[in-house]
Design a protein around this ligand. Structure first.
Ligand SMILES: Cc1cc2nc3c(=O)[nH]c(=O)nc-3n(C[C@H](O)[C@H](O)[C@H](O)COP(=O)(O)O)c2cc1C
Length: 197
């Protein structure tokens, strides 16, 4: 039987087709925040990595797509925040991951706090890390920000970080279909400009 592409998309999203070794390299789900003239904003990200072996000089490497409003805010402000989301915060995925701050104030109605630099963090998470950009690397479709950590706090050591590999099994089909459609558009745009050989 010829299955509809949407059905196949949902199966793929839920990890019901052959497991992809690359998905093991996605980090736990994070909310990456920054700020600009119109106030704070944040996006969902699975690409946040520790980047220092010197304990008193902690760094992060954070990859953000250039199409994201948050990426522009980080470029202009030179600061960002990272909330390590807990499993209880699944509700944030839709607001921060499917909508853009370019289209309106995504944080209206959400509970958040501001770091010393004015970047948003989301209580209920495992904790947060925030800092200043040391250097930005141009990946064509994305920017990789090397960040010097200036603030950090663990809120709930016992809370489990949220992982896409797990949450995609239980999250609603409506979310998966909207994420699939958005991902396809983003991939098309990225393909045109990404560095590759
Ligand atoms: C599960 C999930 C994972 C995502 N991972 C990333 C990521 O690693 N990097 C990225 O730039 N965008 C990622 N996104 C997409 C952004 O969160 C999304 O495009 C967001 O709407 C951008 O918001 P903004 O325009 O307000 O910055 C992810 C979204 C979801 C739902």
């Amino acid at each position: 039987m010829n299955r509809e592409p949407e059905f196949e998309g949902v199966r793929r999203m839920r990890g019901m087709v052959a497991p992809n070794v690359l998905s093991a390299f996605w980090t736990p789900l994070c909310a990456v925040g920054s700020h600009g003239e119109r106030g704070p904003n944040a996006q969902i990200c699975v690409s946040v990595f520790g980047a220092s072996i010197v304990p008193d000089r902690p760094r992060l490497l954070v990859n953000l797509s250039k199409t994201n409003y948050t990426c522009d805010l980080v470029r202009k402000s030179g600061t960002l925040s990272v909330t390590l989301l807990s499993e209880a915060q699944v509700g944030l995925l839709e607001t921060l991951g499917l909508q853009s701050g370019r289209d309106g104030d995504k944080l209206a109605g959400l509970e958040f706090e501001l770091t010393g630099h004015g970047d948003p963090v989301f209580p209920g998470g495992v904790g947060f890390v925030a800092g200043e950009v040391i250097e930005a690397f141009d990946l064509g479709d994305a920017r990789a920000y090397l960040v010097a950590v200036r603030e950090r706090e663990t809120w709930a050591e016992e809370a489990r970080p949220m992982r896409w590999q797990e949450v995609r099994e239980t999250i609603g089909e409506d979310f998966l279909l909207r994420w699939l459609a958005k991902s396809e558009r983003e991939q098309e745009a990225a393909r045109r400009v990404m560095k590759w050989r």
